[in-house]
Design a protein around this ligand. Structure first.
Ligand SMILES: [Zn+2]
Length: 269
């Protein structure tokens, strides 16, 4: 059995039979990995490397067909402790961990996801700007990777470009179609409304401003650490965008049910 080395960020760490821990991490090259860390509780061999958010170099052994790898060593690179004293940022970091726990297995290129996740944690330590803009940008990256990137550049009905609308224009976000329609089409056309009769209509459309859609559109092509400082819409507008993104996640990633995210209740959203 060969020892494997990889960079890992701890997403979840739970005690097992008093002395051991089962640690699940996002790794740079192996996606999501769950490891048995034997005698982790008493011995200090792992230091703080098994704490949630800790980024370490893991040495582990993988047996064929085994669910858990055996963690041999973990050398801490960055503990990401800087946001632990800030309740909002800690809650948000926990939410990012919860989100990535659900989507990582389906994402093959874990290197990109690993970088986004570690850069998001780095921003939570030292960044300035609106936290929820970081969360929205993060979800945007997840939607991109899962092949569910929303269509944001123009109105779904009349193809009017986003840039032609005033920033304060109230757009209607269409969850099932992963796009939006402009105020004009909303008042004139009822195609979308008619087609969705019988479905839970109130969950399929949500009002969002043109400015926050522009923020979101920008964030898809921006490194995650720069997303909050480039955001121009208000916190309230970003909360509205988050509701729309929750709908997109629930509708387009069937394994993903946002209402079951425990950390959400700690955020004022
Ligand atoms: Zn339109």
């Amino acid at each position: 059995m060969q020892e494997v080395r990889d960079l890992a960020i701890v997403l979840r760490s739970i005690p097992f039979e008093e002395r051991h821990r089962i640690v699940t991490a996002l790794t740079e090259h192996h996606g999501l990995v769950s490891a048995m860390a034997r005698n982790a509780v008493q011995s200090r061999r792992f230091g703080g490397a098994l704490e949630p958010f800790a980024a370490s170099e893991w040495h582990f052994v993988q047996k064929p067909n085994a669910e858990l790898v055996r963690l041999e060593q973990a050398h801490i690179r960055r503990s990401f402790e800087g946001f632990r004293g800030n309740f909002d940022r800690l809650a948000l970091a926990s939410l990012l961990n919860e989100i990535v726990l659900r989507v990582a297995p389906s994402i093959e290129n874990s290197g990109d996801l690993f970088r986004v996740h570690s850069n998001a944690l780095a921003w939570l330590e030292e960044g300035t700007g609106i936290e929820i803009a970081l969360l929205n940008g993060y979800i945007g990256k997840i939607l991109q990777w899962s092949g569910n990137q929303p269509l944001l550049a123009s109105c779904m009905e009349c193809q009017r470009p986003l840039g032609e609308l005033p920033p304060e224009a109230a757009l209607v976000g269409m969850v099932a179609d992963a796009g939006w329609i402009c105020p004009n089409c909303r008042s004139q056309g009822t195609r979308h409304v008619r087609e969705r009769q019988g479905q839970s209509f109130e969950h399929s459309v949500l009002k969002i401003s043109a400015l926050v859609i522009a923020d979101f559109y920008t964030s898809l092509g921006t490194p995650i650490r720069q997303v909050p400082q480039l955001a121009r819409a208000s916190k309230e507008e970003h909360i509205e965008l988050f509701r729309f993104l929750q709908g997109l996640l629930a509708y387009h990633l069937p394994s993903f049910e946002p209402s079951t995210l425990k950390s959400l209740r700690f955020l004022a959203l």
